[in-house]
Every structure is written in structure tokens, then in C-alpha cells.
Design a protein around this ligand. Structure first.
Ligand SMILES: [Zn+2]
Length: 367
């Protein structure tokens, strides 16, 4: 719904690449040692394994020595007990070596990690089936994004509100070295269908739990059927509006209101990404249940409408004489009177910013 923008996105991308490629390269070197183990012996392997974290070394060793019952936490002693005849003979060593050589090429790795959302979809065809399988099994694995890295990434991106719903706060909060909360990192191209994109920068979308887990789950989103928050937001293609459905009590009683999300697109391609083309989970509006969820906020729309109604005691223009004395501008009046941000670039800072702006626009009070 809201496009993710950051003035220092290029720096953040580069730093992310430095951090993640360091971890990937440690794995690549370790896997080389595992392969060489049959000829070079165990000492090389122990040296390299000490640089990896416990779960990574256990996972990889279990893959290569599948017949050995290794404990959850693999010690150097466990590794010293391994022998070359226990090495899994079914592993396609030629294929693995060629994959390692490709990933050791910085251009290839950089492409995989930093390609923009459109280029990412082409990576699918640059690796064959076997390579993709090996790659996700032993190298490009989401477990490489540990707590330190995920907190670093989300705090650098500094997005306070979920870009999919613009409704839930997703701040990254730490207390010294203690990690408290951070956003989920949604895989736009799902891990189930595109596991080799699990570490790609533009495939990690900071988002709320409701959007990531409850609404989206394992659903694979695509660039032709869904809005990618690093590519675009809804902008003026979709606008919140309201309908008066009854006249119980006061005119703007929340019970009288229905919030709508209107299609204002003139181009069919955007229309499919935002509203879908018939499929139940096609288009972000359907996938994230935006129409249903937003209808819980008729009380907020009710307050906005009161402030925009010239017959209301809270009418925004009734305070104009005071505002002139304060020498304030339109954006500031909006900010303090409606409790939200006026400009689209700031919608990421506060929940319901788009709803508020669209409804105020609809009343024409700011014209
Ligand atoms: Zn959300």
C-alpha cells in the first residue's frame, strides 16, 4: 500500500551485502573443506568449522554425513570422529563444485543478493534445477539472517508502519544489546517456491505479523499480480472513501458508515496488482483483506468527517482565526488537527495515514 523509500537505500544495500556475503562465504569455504575432507583429512575441516555457528555446522555436516548420528550441537570431537567412508556417496560432487565456483564469483553472488525485484525473477533461469536445490539446501538459507542481522536491517530501514496495511506499527526496538521487537521480514517471492531468494535484499519486506503470517502465509506473490512495496505504493490508484448507509442517531455515527477502497486506476496492469483479477488472493487488497480490516475503523472516519463538516462544532475552519495568529501552514494544521501526516512520503511514519488523507481529500475541506 505504501512504497518503501529511504534516502540511503544504496548504502544500506551495500552494507547488507557485506554482512550477508561474509556469512555465505564462510559456508562456501566450509563446504569446500567438507568436500576436500575425503583427501585432505579432518584438521582442515575443524579449523573452518570453528568459524561457523553451531546450528549451521550441524546442519551442513548432517547433510554430508547423513548416515552418522550427529548430536544437535556438533563439537570438534564429533568432527574428529568422522571418517571419509561415512561421506554420503549420493551427493553430486561435480554439481556441487561447479555451484561453489559460481557462487564464489562476487558478481554472481551480488546479483543474487542485490538484484532489484524485476531482475530477481530472472535469477530463476540462471541456475539449473539441481543447482537451485543444492544452493538452498546448504548455502543460501534464511537461517543466515540471525537476530543481529535482522535487527540491524530493520532498524536501518526505519519503517514505523507496515507497508502492506499502513495499519500496524512495526518499529524496531532495542534496549542496549537486548533485542525487544522488530518487524517480520516477509518474503515477497515465497520461500516455498523461491528458496534461493531467501536472502535477497528486495525479497525481505519489513511487515506486520497480521499481513505476513495471518493474511499471506505461504502464498506466493508475483510482480504481475501484487504490489511490491519497493516498486510502488497504491498512490492515487486506490483511494479510501466512505458511504453513509443509515441515519441512526448522529449523521456520522460510526454505525452509519461503510469504508470503501475505490478503484481509481486507468491502467489495467496496476489494477490487477492492487485489486486482483478474480482470484481470491490476487491483488494486495484481497490478499491482505484491506477492505474487511479497514471497516473496523469507522469510528476514526467518523471523527474525521465531523472535523470536515461545516455544521459540526469541531469544524476545522472554525479555528482559522487562531491559526492565523499561530502563523502556521496547511501541512501543520492537518498534522495537528487530524493527528497524521499530510504527505505520501511520510505515510510510513504513522498508522492509517493514507485512510486519513484520502477521507479528508474526499470532503474537499483542504481545497
Ligand atoms: Zn500489515
Amino acid at each position: 500500500m505504501i512504497k518503501i523509500e529511504h534516502p540511503q537505500i544504496d548504502r544500506i544495500k551495500e552494507e547488507y551485502y557485506e554482512k550477508i556475503s561474509h556469512k555465505i562465504n564462510l559456508r562456501l569455504r566450509f563446504i569446500r573443506r567438507v568436500i576436500e575432507f575425503q583427501n585432505a583429512g579432518v584438521n582442515n575441516l575443524v579449523d573452518e568449522v570453528n568459524k561457523l555457528n553451531t546450528s549451521a555446522k550441524g546442519k551442513i555436516l548432517k547433510r554430508f554425513f547423513s548416515s552418522v548420528r550427529l548430536p544437535k550441537s556438533v563439537s570438534n570431537e564429533d568432527i574428529r570422529l568422522l571418517s571419509s567412508d561415512q561421506f554420503d556417496q549420493n551427493i553430486n560432487l561435480v554439481g556441487l563444485q561447479s555451484l561453489l565456483t559460481r557462487l564464489e564469483d562476487e558478481n554472481v553472488l551480488k546479483n543474487l543478493i542485490l538484484s532489484d525485484p524485476v531482475e530477481l525473477t530472472n535469477i530463476n533461469s540462471s541456475f539449473n534445477n539441481g543447482e537451485r536445490h543444492l544452493m538452498t539446501e546448504v548455502v543460501v538459507n534464511y537461517s543466515l539472517i540471525d537476530s543481529t542481522l535482522s535487527y540491524w536491517l530493520t532498524s536501518e530501514l526505519d519503517i514505523a508502519v507496515c507497508p502492506y496495511c499502513n495499519r500496524n506499527f512495526i518499529n524496531t526496538i532495542k534496549n542496549g544489546s537486548e533485542s525487544i521487537i522488530r518487524p517480520d521480514l516477509d518474503h515477497f517471492f515465497s520461500q516455498r517456491d523461491y528458496p534461493w531468494l531467501a536472502l535477497s535484499f528486495y525479497n525481505l519486506i519489513p511487515s506486520c505479523k497480521v499481513c505476513n503470517s495471518t493474511c499471506k502465509g505461504d502464498e506466493n506473490t508475483r510482480l504481475d499480480t501484487h504490489v511490491h512495496p519497493y516498486v510502488e505504493g497504491f498512490g492515487d490508484h486506490a483511494k479510501f472513501n466512505f458511504e453513509l448507509q443509515g441515519l441512526e442517531g448522529k449523521k456520522y455515527d460510526p454505525k452509519n458508515l461503510k469504508i470503501t477502497l475505490d478503484d481509481r486506476t486507468h491502467d489495467n496492469v496496476s489494477k490487477i496488482r492492487i485489486f486482483g483479477n478474480g482470484g481470491v488472493k490476487e491483488g494486495n487488497v484481497r490478499l491482505f483483506k484491506l477492505r474487511e480490516i479497514y471497516n473496523e475503523h469507522t469510528d476514526i472516519v467518523s471523527e474525521i468527517l465531523e472535523k470536515c463538516d461545516e455544521n459540526s462544532d469541531y469544524y476545522i475552519k472554525s479555528i482559522e482565526p487562531f491559526l492565523q495568529k499561530l502563523q502556521t501552514n496547511k501541512k501543520e494544521v492537518y498534522r495537528y488537527y487530524f493527528g497524521n501526516y499530510y504527505e505520501e512520503k511520510d505515510f510510513k511514519k504513522r498508522p492509517l495515514a493514507k485512510l486519513t488523507r484520502d477521507i479528508v481529500d474526499e470532503t474537499g475541506v483542504l481545497d
